[in-house]
Structures are given as structure tokens and as C-alpha cells.
Design a protein around this ligand. Structure first.
Ligand code: NAG
Ligand code: NAG
Length: 194
């Protein structure tokens, strides 16, 4: 009897290892839009149906949790959390173009002028009036509007040529925009323009 009790936990831990061997990773999947069947009215519904058709490692897996974003502009495709076997199944599809595993970038500096080798009283920075009137757009994972970096103290009016918007987002209200942070749009709506 004593032996049985020892084997059972051992068996359980082996089973658990098999289950967790299929680890989820995040990928950006580049798809070929010309393969989208006309019956799907949106790219997102096509992407969801592709993900739904993949083998599920857990019977109770919620498919809606797999899709993170659907991309439909410059690069059609989606990002999703997938197991290795789901990924290899997906890559067999003729509509699959490329797989890009999630990667993390390293922030090199918070002092851009020094990083770029710009000098205060000569050269490009001076010639460009220290960037006066330049509108900079960044795709980022989020910002701290309360950071001093976004203080609009001493900033001139927003350039009239600015046609962008400042919209509500996750933990962000449009009232946080000012004369320095002149626009913000959240990509959470699954229509990120990349
Ligand atoms: C997309 O599919 C079409 C039709 O099969 C093909 O002609 C085209 O080269 C493909 N494009 C890419 C980027 O794979
Ligand atoms: C943005 O959020 C603010 C504060 O939560 C709210 O009062 C406002 O109605 C929202 N605007 C839109 C366009 O959703």
C-alpha cells in the first residue's frame, strides 16, 4: 500500500510536466490576405476562426483569449499566444506568410540629444532650431502623461497643421493631452495601423 501512495504523486507530477511542456508564447503571425475566404466579413473574424481550428492543449481553453490583436493595414495578420504544436499547425496553412516571435527591446537612453550626438550650439540640432514645430509620432506600449517630460510649460500653441486626435484609452483620458502631448490613440481596439 505504501508503494502505491508513493507512485501516485510521482505519476501526477509526470502528467503535470507533460501538460506544461506545451508552453504558450506570443507570436506575430503575418498572413496573406488574398487567402481570406469572402465568407468572413472582417479580417478579425477570419483570424479568430483560424485560431479556433487549431488543436487545443486544454479542453476548456477559451479561444477568445488566444487572439491579442488583428492587423489589417501595412502588415496583415495577428498576434496570438500559441503553443509550439499550435504554431506548427498554423504554419502549414497556405495563408501563413511568416512568424515573428515576441521580442523585447532594450531602452538605451532617456537622453536622446546626447545619444544622437547632437551638440548644443552647432550642427544639425541648431540648424533644425532644436526641433521647433516638429511633430513626433511614436508607437509605444504606454506613456506616463504625468511625467515632467510631458509638461507643456513654455510650449507654444499646437501647430495648426496637426490633424491628429487625442482619445480616451486604458487609464488615459483625453484631458491629459496638452500643448506638448498633442495626441494619443489607443491600439487596444485591434486596429493598430502596423
Ligand atoms: C498571397 O497569395 C497569392 C495567391 O496565392 C500569391 O500570389 C501571393 O504571392 C501571396 N503573397 C504573399 C506575400 O505571400
Ligand atoms: C473619456 O473619458 C472621460 C472620463 O472618463 C469621459 O468623461 C468622456 O466622456 C470620455 N470620452 C469619450 C469620447 O469616450
Amino acid at each position: 500500500m505504501g508503494l502505491c501512495y508513493m507512485i501516485l504523486p510521482l505519476l501526477l507530477s509526470v502528467l503535470l510536466q507533460i501538460n506544461t511542456a506545451e508552453e504558450y508564447k506570443t507570436y506575430i503571425i503575418h498572413m496573406n490576405n488574398s487567402h481570406k475566404p469572402a465568407s468572413f466579413l472582417t479580417h478579425e473574424s477570419w483570424h479568430r476562426s483560424i485560431l479556433k481550428s487549431l488543436p487545443s492543449p486544454q479542453a476548456d481553453q477559451d479561444d477568445s483569449e488566444m487572439l491579442m490583436y488583428s492587423y489589417n493595414h501595412v502588415m496583415p495578420g495577428f498576434s496570438a499566444r500559441l503553443t509550439p504544436s499550435q504554431l506548427s499547425e498554423l504554419e502549414k496553412s497556405p495563408a501563413h506568410v511568416a512568424t515573428h516571435p515576441e521580442s523585447f527591446g532594450q531602452l538605451y537612453t532617456t537622453h536622446s540629444p546626447k545619444f544622437l550626438g547632437l551638440k548644443h550650439k552647432l550642427g544639425l540640432w541648431l540648424a533644425a532650431s532644436y526641433g521647433k514645430g516638429v511633430i513626433i509620432g511614436v508607437i509605444d506600449s504606454g506613456i506616463w502623461p504625468e511625467s515632467e517630460s510631458f509638461s507643456d510649460k513654455g510650449m507654444p500653441q499646437v501647430p495648426e497643421r496637426w490633424k491628429g486626435k487625442c482619445e480616451n484609452g486604458t487609464a488615459f483620458t483625453s484631458s491629459l493631452c496638452n500643448k506638448k502631448l498633442i495626441g494619443a490613440q489607443s491600439c487596444r481596439t485591434n486596429h493598430l495601423g502596423i
